[in-house]
Design a binder for this molecule. Structure first.
Ligand SMILES: [Zn+2]
Ligand SMILES: [Zn+2]
Length: 186
């Protein structure tokens, strides 16, 4: 990482901490100085990964969308796609909420397109994880590529539970499971 990258990262952390006013937006408890925390994109990055448009990436990566969360809280969070209701429920300053809503409305159509893509993949799997086949709630499901060699698309997408999606981050494990479940031969 060059010096520039480090500066950008620390600016992002600063913006996230400021927007949250030092409070974790997931548990609403203060982030103490000894606690580990990370930068949370309230409108998830997955949206511009699955719908690759520079303007979505720009909006999702803007300071207004960054918040601070405890590292532990981040591991247990839902993969819920934001709505006006979840934005209004945030315990942050009204001005911070207003800026976040601007980001939300700017890419509303793309957020909805991502929501419907995820929902259709999940429904195609009858609401079960593609790997372990346990029933998963839509808000707990994570969208992953079936085959890393190809672009992200509805056809190349599968829904995994949180546990399987963590394991699928290892390409060797993912390929083994994709082969075992015959997800490519459909
Ligand atoms: Zn927390
Ligand atoms: Zn699973």
């Amino acid at each position: 990482m060059g010096e520039y990258t480090v500066i950008v990262l620390s600016n992002k952390r600063k913006a996230a901490h400021q927007n949250s006013n030092g409070i974790c937006i997931l548990c609403n408890k203060p982030i103490l100085s000894h606690e580990k925390w990370s930068v949370e994109h309230f409108i998830p990055r997955a949206i511009y990964k699955w719908i690759p448009k520079p303007e979505i990436e720009w909006q999702v990566e803007s300071d207004a969308n960054l918040f601070a969360v405890h590292m532990d809280c981040n591991l247990n969070k839902n993969a819920e796609i934001p709505t006006v209701r979840t934005i209004n429920a945030l315990r942050v300053a009204p001005s911070v909420k207003e800026k976040l809503l601007l980001v939300y409305w700017a890419i509303y159509d793309d957020i909805e397109a991502y929501r419907s893509m995820k929902q259709s993949v999940w429904a195609k799997q009858n609401g079960a994880c593609a790997f372990c086949e346990k029933a998963i709630r839509l808000t707990k499901a994570t969208l992953r590529r079936i085959d890393n060699r190809f672009e992200r698309s509805r056809e190349n997408a599968m829904c995994l539970c949180f546990h399987c999606s963590l394991r699928a981050a290892r390409p060797a494990h993912k390929q083994k499971m994709v082969n075992r479940k015959r997800l490519l031969s459909k």
